[in-house]
Design a protein around this ligand. Sequence first.
Ligand SMILES: Nc1ncnc2c1ncn2[C@@H]1O[C@H](COP(=O)(O)OP(=O)(O)OP(=O)(O)O)[C@@H](O)[C@H]1O
Length: 263
Amino acid sequence: MNRNPNPSSCHEPVIDLQDVTVQYGGRRVLNGVTFQVRQRDFVGLIASNGAGKTTLLKTIVGLLQPASGSVKLFGTPVDRFKDWERIGYVPQKNNLNPLFPATVREVVMSGLYGRKRLFRRIGAAERRRAEQALEALGIADIAERRIGQLSGGQQQRVFLARAIAGNPELLILDEPTVGIDMETQRAFFHMLRHMHERHRLTFLIVSHDVETLQAYLGEKPVHTHDRLRFYVKHSHSLEDCGEDDISHGLLQEKERLTVGHLV
Ligand SMILES: Nc1ncnc2c1ncn2[C@@H]1O[C@H](COP(=O)(O)OP(=O)(O)OP(=O)(O)O)[C@@H](O)[C@H]1O
């Protein structure tokens, strides 16, 4: 799917994949993928096991190098891209050493430090966002516990909160709700929808939760490539680029995001 970017619009390409081929050793896993994610798209990527979803995400964030083709982030080739604070990436599994000493709050707060911001003081608004992220993911009450001692599902919530606290423009999530209970999954997806509809966030999500994704993104994929199916919803019509609804708190509807207790 190639769409014509209009530079003055709010629909510029955020991820631009052109003819991307990726292989492990000599084994080709992705074969000439061409796809664009534009600003304010919510893209759900669905495919069967082993189809290359995780491989695609890793290639997009520069962890894997394609054998051929080009990957651009916000218009810059990924190997030259430096604005990583614009992107939140939550990988499929965070294999955490149980002895990892940081607390939940510290991990979530670490999402506030982009590379460029490392030596800057964190402001009140940023702290508030981190606290909101803790609450939205239902982990405020375990904020002082060591993350290494939590269950897999609890840890996953912490990494999601961390990504959100960083206030990224693009969130890339690889099966974000695996291991998380149904109630929290629903609340989490509700939050993503809110962030998509009311803020400027762009999403690329890999999920096996076909039902939830299709309920929001529609029954039909807008693009297929081999076994990969891309479902897309755009939050604004082209005429609405002037509209900007980011003045209110990131997670203002958190009362609707109430999730069960964890401890
Ligand atoms: N590091 C690796 N070395 C070699 N082969 C790999 C590596 N990682 C993945 N693969 C292979 O590449 C293919 C695609 O794997 P990938 O993890 O991208 O699929 P996926 O669509 O994310 O699958 P799942 O739904 O099971 O998470 C699989 O056949 C897998 O065995």
